[in-house]
Ligand binder design. Structure first.
Ligand code: NAD
Length: 260
C-alpha cells in the first residue's frame, strides 16, 4: 500500500518517532530519520532499520527549532528519495514549571520545537505533495492538545496550537489527495516521560514503580502506558486509504485520558 513512498519523521532517534519510523519502513517506505544523540548510536540505528526493512534509511541532524534547518531537512529528504510523501512532525521537548516561574527561554524553545517546526516543515513539504496530489501530514500532538495539566504552560499551548494548525492545513488541502491529521497520545514511556517519572519519585521520596503508578493513576484510566508501536500502528492507519476522508482530525490513543 505504501510501497515506494518516502517519509520524514522528525525526532526519530528515540521514543515515539522511532516507533513511527520503524512502522513506516516495515511497510516499504523510505525513511529520513532526524533527531539528536550519539552519532555512532544513530548510525547503528539507521543501519539496523535499513537492514530490517530492506528500505533506504537516511539521517539528517537538523535542529528543528531553527526554521532554516527545517527547510534544509525537507530539501534533503526530497533529494535523497525523489519525493516527500509522508511528513510526521514528531520532535518535541518538555519543560515543567508554574507559569509565573516559567523561564522565557524555555517557553520559546518549547513553542519553536513543538509548534513552529511543524509549520515550517509543512510549508516546505506541501508544494511537492501538491504536484503529486498525494500526501500525509501527521502531527504528533498529545492528550495535552485537548486538555491541560498544571506546570505545562508552553507544552499545552504548543500542542493546542498544533491541533489548530492541523485543522487549518486539513481545510486548505481538503480538495486534494493530501490529508493532515494529529495523533494525541496519552502517557508513553519514552525518555521524555522517564525524566518526569524520576522527578516525581525524587519529589515524593518514592520508588520508580510507585512514581509510575502516581503518574498514570490520575490521568490514564487504563493504568497502562501507550507504546511507540501502537502510535506507529495509528500512523500507518492514517496513511492508509481507509483514512482518505480523515483530515483536520485528531486521533486519541490515550487509554481513556480525554474521555473523562
Ligand atoms: P523523546 O524524548 O523520546 O524523543 C524526542 C525526539 O525528538 C528525540 O529523537 C530527540 O532527539 C528529538 N528532538 C528534540 N529536540 C529536537 C530538535 N530541536 N530538533 C530535532 N530533533 C529534536 O520523546 P517522545 O516521548 O518520543 O516524544 C515525541 C513526541 O511525542 C513529542 O512531540 C511529544 O510531545 C509527543 N508526546 C509524547 C508523549 C509521551 O508520553 N511520551 C505523550 C504525548 C505526546
Amino acid at each position: 500500500m505504501l510501497q515506494g513512498k518516502a517519509a520524514l519523521v522528525t525526532g526519530s532517534t528515540s521514543g515515539i518517532g522511532l516507533g513511527v519510523a520503524r512502522a513506516l519502513a516495515g511497510q516499504g517506505v523510505s525513511v529520513m530519520l532526524n533527531g539528536f544523540g550519539d552519532p555512532s548510536q544513530i548510525e547503528a540505528l539507521r543501519a539496523e532499520l535499513a537492514a530490517q526493512s530492506g528500505m533506504p534509511v537516511a539521517y539528517h541532524g537538523a535542529d528543528v527549532g531553527d526554521p532554516d534547518q527545517v527547510a534544509a531537512l525537507v530539501a534533503a529528504t526530497e533529494q535523497a528519495f525523489g519525493s516527500l510523501d509522508i511528513l510526521v512532525n514528531n520532535a518535541g521537548i518538555q519543560h515543567t514549571d508554574p507559569v509565573e516561574r516559567f523561564p522565557q527561554e524555555r517557553w520559546d524553545a518549547v513553542i519553536a520545537v513543538n509548534l513552529s517546526a511543524a509549520f515550517h516543515a509543512i510549508q516546505a513539504a506541501l508544494p511537492g505533495m501538491k504536484v503529486r496530489n498525494w500526501g500525509r501530514i501527521i502531527n504528533i500532538a498529545s492528550a495535552h492538545a485537548l486538555t491541560a495539566s498544571i506546570n505545562k504552560a508552553a507544552y499545552v499551548a504548543a500542542k493546542h496550537g498544533l491541533l489548530g494548525l492541523t485543522k487549518v492545513v486539513g481545510l486548505e488541502t481538503a480538495e486534494t489527495g493530501i490529508t493532515c491529521t494529529a495523533i494525541c497520545p496519552g502517557w508513553v514511556r519514552t525518555p521524555l516521560v522517564e525524566k518526569q517519572i524520576e522527578a516525581l519519585a525524587a519529589r515524593d521520596g518514592t520508588s520508580i514503580d510507585e512514581a509510575v503508578a502516581n503518574l498514570l493513576g490520575p490521568k490514564q484510566p487504563s493504568k497502562q502506558f501507550v507504546t511507540p508501536e501502537q502510535i506507529g500502528g495509528a500512523a500507518l492507519f492514517l496513511c492508509s486509504s481507509a483514512a482518505d476522508q480523515m483530515t483536520g482530525a485528531a486521533l486519541s490513543v490515550d487509554g481513556g485520558w480525554t474521555a473523562q
